[in-house]
Design a protein around this ligand. Structure first.
Ligand code: 5GP
Ligand code: ZN
Length: 113
């Protein structure tokens, strides 16, 4: 728990949000500023500032599995989706608690902006 971190507060229930999926390690919930018809976030309950700070590479695999479960539960598995991890300044990261975006419900343009 990193005091002052908004995603730590969401992960520990201090800020209530709708849980799309949760397991002991990850929490999946809607982004409050959706950039697609479906836009959900996957956060580890443990605080890591960025993907560069993760000490256990297997956690990233488990996070992807949670993202896939979130995609299934929001019915994106047939139509498809995109998983994004913005990292530091040039990646456009604004919240420094590791998170995966899962976006879908429309065609996702390539290349991204
Ligand atoms: P980043 O820009 O760091 O990759 O993504 C941060 C995301 O978190 C943004 O898409 C933003 O809309 C979302 N976000 C920031 N604060 C909150 C919040 O308090 N609740 C929810 N549900 N999403 C948030
Ligand atoms: Zn945090």
């Amino acid at each position: 728990m990193n005091t002052g971190c908004i995603f730590c507060k969401i992960a520990n229930g201090q800020i209530p949000v709708h849980a799309i999926y949760e397991n002991e390690e990850f929490f999946v919930f809607p982004d409050r500023n959706a950039q697609a018809p479906v836009h959900i976030l996957v956060i580890p309950k443990k605080h890591f500032e960025t993907i560069l700070d993760v000490d256990d590479p297997n956690l990233l695999g488990r996070g992807l599995s949670a993202a896939i479960e979130g995609a299934r539960r929001t019915n994106l598995d047939e139509s498809g989706f995109r998983i994004v991890i913005n990292t530091r300044d040039d990646g456009g990261q604004t919240v420094y608690h590791l998170h995966f975006h899962v976006l879908g419900g429309r065609f996702m343009n390539w290349p991204p902006g």
